[in-house]
Ligand binder design. Structure first.
Ligand code: T46
Length: 136
């Protein structure tokens, strides 16, 4: 799977009462969702992540607050600011990710294509760099 990291804009159904966002698998989320988790109460000086996934696809959404996600894949290094529930970050393929600068109110919700399996993680940066060579 070719590595891909991109921002996806979701349609907002807004009226005088407020806003509603509906996400559908196969549409806004381009994979079947098998797991949902969320990260909150993270200190701004406590980065997380520092790993890549071998097969997992994920959609990251800051449903509250903001967080920056730094991604490295192939020859690309890119930072994504997630600061709206109406935008998600789609991550597919071998991508080293680091999440940092969490705002105190940040709730980072993640939709994932697979159940949790530690074997899918690459947590050693040197191993990632080696595997990443094939995408440069
Ligand atoms: C990712 C980024 C964006 C589970 O038991 N089940 C789960 O589904 C997950 C995601 C984690 N855990 C356990 C494993 C660890 O003992 O929760 C603990 C914290 O996980 P981790 O250190 O991997 O968390 P982050 O914030 O560094 O990374 C997480 C996801 O693990 C990862 O897939 O891409 O968020």
């Amino acid at each position: 799977m070719k590595p891909r990291a991109e921002i996806v804009q979701f349609p907002v159904h807004g009226d005088s009462r407020g806003s509603l966002i509906a996400l559908e698998c196969g549409g806004d989320i381009p994979f079947e969702v098998r797991r949902v988790y969320y990260i909150y109460g993270t200190r701004s000086d406590m980065p997380r992540g520092f790993h890549a996934h071998k097969h997992l696809k994920q959609m990251l959404i800051a449903v509250s607050g903001s967080v920056t996600v730094s991604c490295e894949f192939g020859a690309t290094k890119e930072r994504f600011l997630l600061d709206s529930p109406s935008r998600g970050l789609l991550l597919e393929g071998l991508i080293w990710r680091e999440m940092h600068d969490f705002s105190p109110d940040c709730v980072l919700m993640v939709f994932a294509s697979e159940h949790y399996r530690e074997e899918d993680y690459i947590r050693d940066y040197q191993v990632f760099k080696q595997e990443n060579l094939s995408w440069i």
